[in-house]
Structure formats: structure tokens, C-alpha cells
Write a protein that binds this ligand. Structure first.
Ligand code: G4P
Length: 529
């Protein structure tokens, strides 16, 4: 197959949702369609197995949340699909934000009864800001939930989306009869016992057909006709260009658990979802079909196997072919590196591969060379943008609890920060180290991993910080900036990239500081134009 066809047949996407909406279940059903797994339950049982064999994963198992972001790949209809799994738990939101830099589109899962939830709002906002094409899947139609029209309104209002239903439910919960597929113009009847089977769809020439009355009963058929008329009256026609520009979001209804409505979603997805897209770097826009390889690290994972201390850096291939045993330039370190055993990911396993294409993710064994956001190329200096750090929500001093192990502690902190578990700030005034995290859970993860992976012990001390703001001065020699540095010294720190950060102790003090120093910009993310 030619290089171009390899690119054209790749779809790399993420599934985002509030926890419990059904992301894991949907992922699993998609894999079933791809023939990548043989039976339902495989994805979950895999999760538990990992938890039992690894100390670190024990934290995940106990808490029943997915700490890890993994890659699942399968083939469907000649299309190579890469699903990047994203943790739904809010404490790991930053992990999800970073993963979203590596997807070309997303599927948003919403629970029909709960509607739009908090995590959905946050994640969709990030996708909207980055113009990532989104398809919405409304799940759990076998349960009583909100009225379809009300829910579509809620999605438009709370998420700021422009929805276009491509399927529509016939009844709901106890009365759920099936789905009318506006995209394919056919009906899929729900039997409730179709969990493992892929149901037959019933073609109907048009909604006026008497077949509909026979299939659904006169009352349900009438309601469906009225509802579809309403749908066609209210919502615009699906326009693929608008979807690709993230100006329009198609919606599907179904029940992941019952494997219902999933085929419709998948069939439409492979048809409309974008192939690998060009990516902006600091230097220029890079197209996937360029000959030379480029890619960037969006995730670093501690090795789950306690016999191997190394880590796995996840690289999204942006352009060219990534080849095994070929020297590539690690741009930040200005060093050539070769990889003898790059991993490609499949449904349940990873394997060493010789060649990977744009859209693919490769896992590279790393002994500490990589940081999140690093770029690899064939020689050109390219720095991919868009893997920023966000201002953490929690801040604590970290103290060494075992003076004999300070070297181990520093190494541990250093590596955990490179993995993006949390952010480290060093106070300008006294050099004390402050750990900032998105959720409180990370402090436990850090403590646990420092002890089990690096043999170091730490304690924490509370610190009253509201937000970390990255400081940008128009003129770093100006009176105003020098005064700011002097007056606010107590609140200043450096992040790991040596960027200056202002640790505001309250919204009020941040506002006052912004007013007092109008020529200084305070950013809530580490990357700015
Ligand atoms: P998540 O990854 O988004 O957190 O959600 P997950 O797939 O784990 O699903 C959360 C719960 O919702 C699970 O139940 C799952 O079985 C259920 N679920 C998913 N899809 C549907 C659906 O279409 N209909 C109904 N009725 N339920 C659905 P659980 O009891 O928490 O877990 P389990 O014991 O069933 O594994």
C-alpha cells in the first residue's frame, strides 16, 4: 500500500465523557466490531489484571478509576482505527487534555438520564477551542432518561455545540423500540437480548411506508413520523465540511451495553471522521504526507512491569514514516536517538513494529530522555506546540522525609514531573519546592510512587495558592517589571522550563496585581502566543 493510502486510511480519535457515562463499554463494543476482541468484558478484565500485577495500578484498582491512558487499535472496513483512551476522573483531567493534542477527532459520550455533566463540559470546551471535530453518542437508551429534544437543547446550550441528529430513538427505557437511522434511512429494532449480536437492520423506503406501522405499531409509527419531521424542521442538514471545522456535531443514540446503535456510529465515523490532520509547530505547519518523519510525545507512562524500570513515551506520528533502528533527532536535547523496539498498540497487546505512519502512536522505551511535548524529527528543527501545562488547582510544599535519600527524591520528582503527573515550582525566595496538581489524588500517587519506584520518602505541607500564572513582560527591563519582581518576590517561582510563574494567593490579589501592572500579562497556561 502506498504511503498516501496508509495515511488516508487512519482515524485517530479519543472518547471523552464524564465518568460512568459508558466510555469503557463503548470502547469495548467498538473493538468487538473490529474483531479485535472476541467477547464482551475483555477491556475491563484487562484493566483488573493489570491492577493485580502492579503495585502502582493497585491505587487505580482500589479507587476504580482509570489512571492510565492507553491506545487501542483495530481495523474495520479497511480503516485503521486508533482509539486513545482518556481518563474520565477529574483529578486526571490534565492527562486527558494532553491526549486531546494527539487526536484528530473525538466521540463524546453522554448518559441519557444524567445529560451534560461537569467533566463533559470541561473536555468539550477544550475540543471546541481547538476545533476538534466531535460526534456525540447518547448512551443508555435502554433506561428511562431525558426527552431526546430536551437533551439536544441541553447539549447545544451547555456545550455550545450545533447538533445534527443522524439517528433518532424510537421510545426510551421500558418502551425503547429501536433507532431510526437518518444517515442510512433505515430502522434498527431493539430486542433487549442482542448484547453480543450485531442486529439486522430493516430497510424502509420512506417513513410513510406501511411497513413502519407493522414494525412499530400504529401509535409509535405516528410518533416517529412526527418526531422525524420535527428533527428535519429544526436541525440543519449534515454538512461534512462543517463537522470537520467543528462547526456542526452529528448525534447518535444507542445503548453501548446492549451493543445497540454502535454499528451505526462506527459506520458513520469511518465515513466522515478526519484522516490525520496537519499540525502547527512553532516553525511551520507540517503536513502528514511530507516525506520526513516528525512526531511529538504526548504521554509518558511509568512501566507497569516491576522488572523493567524504564518508561514508555507515547509519540504521535505527525508526518512521514517512523522506522525502527533509524536515528532521529530529539530536538530539545539536540541529540540523535535510535529505537530498537518501538511498540505499536493493538486491542489488547503491544508489539514491536518496523514501520508506523502518520496518525499512529508508537511507544518508545525511555530511560529519562523524554518530557511531555518533546519533538522528534529526521533532522529539521521543529517544535510542536499545543501540549501546554495548565495552572494547577492544588499546591503543597514537598519536604524530604528521609535525608539519606535526597538524591533519590530529586530524581523521582524530576522524572514524575517529566511524565506530567504534576508540576514543580521552585520558589525564587528560598528555593523551596512546591508541587502543583489538578486533583488531590495525585499527591498520594506521587508519594506512593516515590517510595516504591525510587526508594524516597516525602511529606507535604499546605500552601495557600489560588492559581499559578505564567508571567509575560512586554519589556523585561521596564521599571514596572522590575518593581513587580521586587514587590512580589515572595510569590514568584520558576517552573521546570525555567519560566517565571506568579503564585497568586487569592483571586483578589491576582486581580489587584493585574491592575497594578497593566503591561505584564498573566497566563493560565504555560504556552502563549
Ligand atoms: P465509563 O468508562 O464512562 O466510566 O463508564 P463504563 O463504560 O464503565 O460504564 C459505567 C456503567 O454504566 C457500567 O455499569 C456499565 O455497565 C453501564 N452502562 C454502559 N452502557 C450502558 C447502557 O447502554 N445501558 C445501561 N443500562 N448501562 C450501561 P456498572 O454497574 O458501573 O459496571 P459493571 O458492573 O456493569 O461493569
Amino acid at each position: 500500500m502506498s504511503f498516501k493510502s496508509e495515511i488516508n486510511r487512519r482515524r485517530t480519535f479519543g472518547i471523552i465523557s464524564h465518568p460512568d457515562a459508558g466510555k469503557t463499554t463503548l470502547t469495548e463494543k467498538l473493538l468487538l466490531f473490529g474483531g479485535a476482541i472476541q467477547e464482551a468484558g475483555a477491556v475491563k478484565s484487562n484493566k483488573i489484571k493489570k491492577g493485580a500485577t502492579s503495585d502502582f495500578m493497585e491505587i487505580e484498582r482500589q479507587r476504580g478509576i482509570s489512571v492510565a491512558t492507553s491506545v487501542l487499535a483495530f481495523e474495520y472496513d479497511g480503516i485503521k482505527i486508533n482509539i486513545l483512551d482518556t481518563p474520565g476522573h477529574k483529578d486526571f483531567a490534565e492527562d486527558t487534555f494532553r491526549t486531546l493534542t494527539a487526536v484528530d477527532s473525538v466521540i463524546v459520550v453522554i448518559d441519557v438520564a444524567k445529560g451534560v455533566e461537569q467533566q463533559t463540559e470541561k473536555l468539550v470546551e477544550v475540543c471546541r477551542m481547538r476545533n476538534i471535530p466531535m460526534i456525540v453518542f447518547i448512551n443508555k437508551m435502554d433506561r428511562e432518561g431525558k426527552d431526546a429534544f430536551d437533551l439536544l437543547d441541553e447539549i447545544e446550550q451547555k456545550l455550545g455545540l450545533n447538533v445534527v441528529p443522524l439517528s433518532f430513538p424510537i421510545g426510551m427505557g421500558y418502551d425503547f423500540k429501536g433507532i431510526y437511522n437518518l444517515w442510512e434511512q433505515n430502522i434498527n429494532l431493539f430486542s433487549g437480548s442482542s448484547r453480543k449480536n450485531i442486529e439486522e437492520t430493516i430497510e424502509i423506503s420512506d417513513l410513510k411506508s406501511e411497513k413502519l406501522d407493522t414494525l412499530l405499531g400504529t401509535k409509535a409509527a405516528k410518533t416517529l413520523r412526527e418526531e422525524i419531521e420535527l428533527v428535519e424542521g429544526i436541525y440543519p442538514k449534515f454538512n461534512r465540511e462543517a463537522y470537520l471545522k467543528s462547526e456542526q456535531q452529528p448525534v447518535f443514540f444507542g445503548s453501548a451495553l446492549n451493543n445497540f446503535g454502535v454499528r451505526e456510529l462506527l459506520d458513520c465515523f469511518v465515513e466522515i471522521a478526519p484522516k490525520p490532520r496537519p499540525k502547527r509547530s512553532e516553525e511551520r505547519l507540517v503536513n502528514p504526507d511530507e516525506k520526513e518523519f516528525t512526531g511529538f510525545v504526548f504521554k509518558i507512562h511509568a512501566n507497569m512491569d516491576p522488572n523493567h524500570r524504564d518508561r514508555l513515551a507515547f509519540v504521535k506520528i505527525v508526518s512521514g514514516e517512523f522506522k525502527r533502528n533509524t536515528p532521529y533527532l530529539h530536538v530539545r536535547n539536540d541529540k540523535k536517538m535510535k529505537f530498537s523496539s518501538p511498540n505499536a498498540f493493538f486491542a489488547e497487546k503491544k508489539e514491536i513494529v518496523d514501520i508506523s505512519y502518520p496518525g499512529d502512536i508508537v511507544g518508545l522505551h525511555d530511560t529519562g530522555n523524554f518530557k511531555i511535548g518533546d519533538t522528534l524529527t529526521e533532522g529539521e528543527t521543529i517544535n510542536y506546540k499545543g501540549v501546554p501545562s495548565f495552572s494547577p488547582e492544588h499546591f503543597r510544599y514537598i519536604n524530604n522525609a528521609d535525608p539519606m535519600k535526597s538524591k533519590q527524591l530529586n530524581k523521582g520528582i524530576d522524572q514524575l514531573m517529566d511524565e506530567g503527573v504534576a508540576q514543580l515550582f521552585t520558589l525564587e525566595l528560598n528555593g523551596r519546592k512546591v508541587i502543583g496538581t489538578v486533583g488531590a489524588l495525585q499527591y498520594e500517587v506521587i508519594q506512593y510512587r516515590l517510595e516504591h519506584e525510587y526508594g524516597a520518602k516525602c511529606t507535604y505541607e499546605n500552601l495557600n495558592v489560588h492559581k499559578a500564572c505564567w508571567v509575560e513582560a512586554k519589556d523585561s527591563k521596564s521599571e514596572e517589571f522590575l518593581e513587580f519582581l521586587r514587590v512580589k518576590q515572595r510569590f514568584l517561582a520558576k517552573d521546570k522550563q525555567d519560566q517565571l510563574v506568579f503564585l497568586a494567593d487569592s483571586p483578589f490579589s491576582l486581580q489587584m496585581t493585574q491592575q497594578k501592572y497593566p503591561n505584564i500579562k498573566f497566563h493560565f497556561t504555560s504556552e502563549f502566543e
